[in-house]
Ligand binder design. Structure first.
Ligand SMILES: Cc1cc2nc3c(=O)[nH]c(=O)nc-3n(C[C@H](O)[C@H](O)[C@H](O)COP(=O)(O)O)c2cc1C
Length: 206
């Protein structure tokens, strides 16, 4: 099954209708993000979902007044982890052993390899790496939403420090990196044609 038709249908909405997205569909979007690929499978980010209108209004103010943030049904906030240490790797292998029924300790060599690779990164490199992983999950969410005919608007136009403060993220060793407004289009709005690089400028066979 191809998702091309859904990707052609989807647009980053500037305005949403008041219609709310059903909880079941919201859980589908969460699951699409959760099942996303990530480097070593470490998923160095968390997802927060905001639906409280007063909080959405406050966050819209902190997103340069962008209407999507206050008009959407749910606002998904991808927050990368900021304290990336060996613990992240150890927690991953706890889950790994539980979920694959492999013997505890059987993957210690591989775990050490990952710890060494991550430990060699500077704090800035870790931050960028963690954000990159969150963006992959955002892509999964956008694709799943399109398949479900749910509208979205991915956004980085927001005051990160203000979001972190409002949502209490800093003290949880998290930092908002990209957000996604989720909801429905008003059927009367005019959707513009997509603008994309022509195929011959985008991809080449070598
Ligand atoms: C990482 C990222 C950040 C974006 N930030 C914003 C934003 O702050 N506000 C906005 O209106 N659109 C934002 N967009 C939407 C893009 O402008 C949009 O995806 C692009 O113009 C292509 O249009 P389409 O998504 O409708 O096909 C963002 C998209 C991405 C992927």
């Amino acid at each position: 099954m191809s998702i091309i038709g859904a990707l052609k249908w989807r647009h980053s909405l500037k305005h949403f209708s008041p219609k709310k997205v059903d909880t079941t569909l919201i859980h589908n979007l969460i699951e699409a993000a959760r099942l996303s690929a990530s480097s070593y499978g470490l998923q160095p980010y968390q997802l927060l979902i905001v639906q409280d209108p007063a909080l959405l209004q406050q966050l819209s103010d902190q997103a340069f007044g962008q209407a999507q943030v206050k008009e959407c049904s749910h606002l998904f906030i991808f927050a990368n982890k900021t304290n990336i240490t060996d613990t992240l790797v150890e927690e991953y292998f706890e889950h790994h052993h539980q979920q694959t029924q492999t013997e505890v300790g059987s993957l210690n060599g591989y775990a050490e390899h990952i710890k060494t690779a991550i430990g060699a990164k500077t704090e800035e490199e870790k931050h960028i790496w963690a954000e990159q992983q969150a963006y992959i999950a955002l892509g999964s969410l956008l694709a799943e939403a399109a398949m479900l005919s749910v509208d979205t608007c991915p956004m980085t136009g927001f005051d990160k420090a203000a979001f972190n403060h409002t949502l209490g993220l800093t003290k949880k060793d998290l930092s908002a990196c990209v957000i996604c407004a989720v909801g429905y289009r008003d059927e009367n709005i005019q959707i513009q044609n997509k603008v994309r690089l022509p195929l011959n400028e985008f991809a080449s066979f070598i």
